[in-house]
Design a binder for this molecule. Structure first.
Ligand code: AMP
Ligand code: MG
Length: 413
């Protein structure tokens, strides 16, 4: 009862303040593992990588054609050269015979003494050698040594989440493995006696558990290891037991439901008994109650039960916390200014995150529209949308105004 009163009188905590408190209270995990390149996609790079070699390691032809030395053509009357060599990709570096041309292929090493490649389409070949009309320029169709990467250059930054092209770049300098941070282990469970797992029959008064499935996908997309304890009934005993197990097995525990101030909201009480808890009434919509705390060394975030709020508060708060724990170079999502294709006439004292998507006009103009039903009970809105429009506290919007659009992808780095 005491807690209930405390919570009801707690002022709303602004989005920026809540985010700053949360992100300021977590630290990167230190453990580093060296993983083979083929297992490194999606992992977080644990230290910056400097190239040990030049790429390419020698000058190369970027065309199928003929390598020549432009100095041999100083006399403008010369339009043909004898052909004396053939150099294919994979051959070792050779030397161009002075006054001659060498047949050369894309990716083959330029012979010493050559300084240009004439593409084969501009050359006629006969028994005497090659003949051409256009005067070649020194350097044409050549990739100089170190054109892509110079030895010693930092090619990958610590804290980046490794994408396909990052792995390719590491391979191009000959690395067989990369140092990555260990995956963050996230323990999850879902409270509510009304919940039934999809696939089972739905008895009267029950609803299907959707949060578990949304949360799984969100955590997977961040590259987390998941410790899933499933559904937990609305008793203090069951909640405490789940909380203890999850905190013992994970770096972070995330739950949904049971953080309001009702008698069936045991998550709050369990954390108060087992560790430290801060319960916030967030000044955002959707997603009012959010619990944040600690059980021993394990961080805890209790999301509201409402599925739309779960999706939004995960994007806004849980994803930043996880990214920082992962050692990622997290930054606040960057909003795109886009013209509103809607009116939002009623100001709200809470910051609103409307489910929205871009529309592309015939004239090439981009606008953002919102799902017609912004009720926080409408999960369909999150599927229809591809991002949020963020509306500041007490603001209204008129069609044509510039608004802040946050694509979902922004929240995942
Ligand atoms: P609570 O915060 O526990 O009071 O839950 C708020 C609302 O979210 C209630 O209508 C719950 O039935 C609903 N809810 C809670 N957990 C889930 C879940 N895992 N899946 C779908 N709806 C949920
Ligand atoms: Mg509940």
């Amino acid at each position: 009862m005491l807690s209930m009163n405390r919570c009801d009188t707690t002022p709303l905590l602004a989005y920026d303040d809540a985010l700053a408190q949360l992100t300021g209270s977590v630290a990167p995990r230190a453990a580093v593992t060296e993983v083979p390149l083929l297992q490194a996609t999606g992992r977080i790079l644990a230290r910056s990588i400097d190239a040990a070699i030049d790429v390419p390691g020698c000058a190369m032809s970027s065309m199928d054609g003929y390598a020549i030395n432009t100095a041999d053509l100083a006399d403008a009357a010369i339009t043909r050269l004898p052909l004396s060599q053939r150099i294919a990709a994979g051959d070792g570096v050779t030397t161009l015979k002075p006054g001659n041309a060498a047949r050369i292929f894309t990716g083959a090493p330029l012979p010493a003494g050559a300084d240009a490649v004439i593409m084969q389409e501009q050359v006629q070949v006969d028994a005497q050698g090659i003949c051409f009309e256009q005067r070649p320029q020194s350097g044409q169709n050549i990739r100089p040594r170190g054109n892509d990467i110079q030895r010693g250059a930092t090619i990958l930054r610590q804290g980046m989440r490794l994408r396909a092209q990052d792995i390719g770049l590491a391979a191009s300098v000959g690395l067989g493995s990369l140092p990555v941070f260990d995956a963050v282990r996230v323990g999850i469970f879902f409270t509510g006696d009304e919940l039934v797992e999809p696939g089972e029959a739905l008895a009267s008064g029950k609803i299907y558990d959707s949060n578990r499935y949304t949360l799984h996908g969100l955590l997977e997309s961040l590259g987390c290891e998941i410790v899933d304890l499933g559904l937990v009934g609305d008793t203090l005993e069951a909640t405490r037991a789940a909380m203890l197990e999850a905190s013992a097995r994970a770096d972070l525990v995330v739950t949904t439901g049971g953080v309001s101030v009702g008698e069936e909201d045991h998550v709050r009480i369990a954390i108060e008994q087992l560790g430290e808890l801060r319960l916030w009434r967030l000044g955002i919509k959707p997603g009012k109650p959010l619990a944040y705390g600690q059980i021993n060394e394990t961080a805890f975030i209790g999301l509201p039960g409402n599925p739309v709020s779960v999706f939004a508060t995960f994007c806004l708060f849980v994803s930043p916390v996880i990214q920082i724990m992962q050692g990622r170079d997290w930054h606040k999502p960057i909003a795109l200014p886009v013209r509103a294709d809607f009116d939002w006439p009623k100001p709200d004292s809470r910051r609103e995150f409307l489910r929205a998507r871009l529309v592309y006009g015939a004239q090439g103009d981009t606008r953002v529209e919102i799902f017609p039903n912004q009720d926080s009970g409408v999960l369909t809105s999150t599927v229809w949308a591809d991002g949020f429009v963020e509306i500041a506290e007490n603001e209204t919007v008129r069609r044509g105004d510039s608004v802040d659009y946050l694509p979902y992808a922004q929240f995942f780095g």
